[in-house]
Design a protein around this ligand. Structure first.
Ligand SMILES: *[C@@H]1O[C@H](CO)[C@@H](O)[C@H](O)[C@H]1NC(C)=O
Ligand SMILES: *[C@@H]1O[C@H](CO)[C@@H](O)[C@H](O)[C@H]1NC(C)=O
Ligand SMILES: *[C@@H]1O[C@H](CO)[C@@H](O)[C@H](O)[C@H]1NC(C)=O
Length: 522
């Protein structure tokens, strides 16, 4: 990430020099967030909420991210002809650092009967010859969802500017025999190779209210046969969009290629629920002989399921980055507002990366967790930042206006669970006072974080990027992304505070912050 050592950083460095800071139950003003980018182009000047270092395409969904010959590729759904849904293409950008992006002409546009009404989401797979193949959903003249293949015209071009479609498209289609719902059959995953040298891919679907990951197999990546049973399904979850299925190491932090066949892995199945617009995942076991996935705990997609992010985050996709041995996750942070009327000329916005670590000296007065408080998001909205407690609320107030009329609070509360005989950490992002503009969605988000605050310090990191506040608790064990549209807390009017609104003292043992440069995005 682009880091500049502006005044903000120096100020916090001074504070750190004094060692531990005691934070009592009142507001402490640490620093004003200054605007950093005076040179923003006229195209961004009048878009106060346009992000500076989060990739912001003109529109929506992500498709098949990958790395090829050292170049990162990001495709996304885009309609070059305006508001009509029918013309969706795969827009294309490339990057060498995942921060700065260069646009290219669309990679895949409607041209065949099998995608003439739109080229929808899909995924890239690296084939054994080292070249990528893209499986994607096309909308045919009958408005049915079918799956197609495209391959690079010139695989020697690391930018992969030209794509050719298989003359055999569609490769997978609903028909009277296979009981596939032609309106609910989309978003093929990255395919993986089995020990029998056959490819597998799953496609999101549903039958009535049962969500399905329909499984197909192929020897040549062109001829695909539907398996008798889905890889996994769950009743009552509705349509599964953008499924993702990949191995993760049981030990160590490295990512694993999707076709990895060795031992020491478990599997993640993620689905995006069309009904609730949330991404859920589960960790489980994949029986390669039977081609069946069995989650360890709850069914995928059923509350209280696991989520990558407990705020605004949908239609995510991963890819394996072989250059760094990481699996990289992309998600879509939806707008919460269509209103962009309160534009300020000369806006350059607030971009920052803040990390703070808290230590709780005394747990004696922790509030007792009522056994009925099982929904963390509900608990966070009932006990927002303004509701005083004993151990918390404490955390950060970001994008705060001078008079505190506007602020977004990202904070912890610690409870004592008598049932579990331990302390429980609640992590919240409270947007209820984020903007004076009442037209915005100000939902408060929350999750419990699997950290024992008696044994470990509590870390909180917030990435602030104009209208995005992306927060990580416990080193990423809990993530909440929020979309906020302040009207006063912009430019020099935006401030950052650390706060403690609980009766008990909390120590800040570490605090650092950076301003961020604007990335070059398209
Ligand atoms: C097929 O999908 C469409 C679109 O979601 C839905 O309206 C219809 O009820 C589905 N049919 C069945 C049998 O699930
Ligand atoms: C996008 O945001 C709006 C307003 O907050 C919400 O109603 C909608 O469900 C969101 N869509 C997705 C896909 O997250
Ligand atoms: C702290 O509590 C007081 C009293 O309830 C409230 O007025 C104030 O807004 C709270 N602070 C935050 C950051 O919510």
């Amino acid at each position: 990430m682009a880091i500049s050592s502006a005044g903000l950083f120096l100020f916090f460095a001074l504070l750190l020099g004094h060692g531990v800071i005691e934070l009592n139950a009142s507001h402490h003003v640490y620093q004003h967030l200054q605007s950093t980018d005076k040179s923003s182009s006229s195209s961004t000047k009048n878009q106060p909420y346009r992000t500076g270092y989060h990739f912001q395409p003109p529109k929506n969904w992500m498709n098949g991210p990958m790395i090829y010959k050292g170049i990162y590729h990001l495709f996304y759904q885009w309609n070059p002809k305006g508001a009509v849904w029918g013309n969706i293409v795969w827009a294309h950008s490339t990057s060498t650092d995942l921060v700065n992006w260069t646009p290219h002409k669309p990679g895949i546009s409607p041209s065949q009967p099998s995608d003439i009404n739109g080229a929808w989401s899909g995924s890239a797979t690296l084939l054994p010859n080292g070249e990528p193949g893209i499986l994607y959903t096309g909308i045919n003249p009958q408005n049915q969802q079918v799956q197609n293949l495209a391959v690079p015209k010139n695989p020697r071009d690391p930018y992969l500017l030209e794509w050719v479609k298989s003359p055999q498209n569609p490769l997978m289609a609903p028909n009277p025999q296979n009981q596939i719902n032609a309106s609910s059959f989309r978003d093929p995953t990255t395919a993986w190779l089995g020990p029998d040298k056959r490819w597998r891919v799953i496609v999101g679907s549903k039958i009535n209210r049962e969500g399905l990951a329909i499984l197909y197999r192929s020897r040549d990546f062109v001829h695909w046969t539907k398996a008798k049973h889905p890889l996994h399904s769950a009743k009552g979850t509705g349509m599964w969009e953008c499924p993702d299925f990949f191995p993760v190491s049981v030990k160590g932090a490295n990512g694993v290629d999707t076709s990895f066949l060795g031992a020491g892995v478990k599997f993640v199945l993620k689905v995006s629920l069309d009904d609730t617009k949330h991404d859920y995942y589960s960790i489980g076991t994949y029986n390669r002989g039977k081609d069946v996935y069995t989650p360890d705990d709850a069914f995928v997609g059923i509350e209280p399921g696991l989520r990558y992010d407990y705020g605004k985050f949908y239609a995510s996709k991963t890819f394996f980055d072989s250059s760094t041995n990481r699996r990289i996750l992309w998600g879509w942070i939806n707008e919460s507002s269509s209103v962009a009327d309160d534009l300020k000329k000369g806006w350059s916005g607030v971009q920052a990366d803040v990390e703070v670590t808290f230590e709780v000296p005394n747990f004696g007065k922790a509030e007792v967790l009522d056994p009925s408080w099982t929904d963390p998001q509900l608990l966070c909205s009932q006990k927002g930042a303004a509701v005083k407690g004993s151990l918390g609320p404490f955390g950060l107030l970001v994008l705060a206006s001078k008079d505190m009329q506007e602020h977004t609070s990202v904070f912890f509360r610690i409870f004592k669970s008598q049932k579990q005989n331990k302390h429980v950490v609640l992590f919240c992002s409270d947007q209820s006072r984020s903007s004076l503009n009442e037209a915005n969605d100000k939902t408060t988000y929350g999750t419990f974080v699997d950290v024992d605050p008696v044994q470990e310090k509590l870390s909180l990191r917030s990435l602030i990027d104009h209208s995005i506040v992306e927060s990580f608790a416990g080193g990423g064990k809990g993530c909440i992304t929020a979309r906020v549209y302040p009207t006063l807390a912009i430019n020099g009017g935006a401030r950052l505070y650390a706060f403690n609104n609980g009766t008990e003292a909390v120590k800040i043992t570490r605090l650092s912050a950076w301003t961020m440069k604007r990335a070059r995005i398209n």
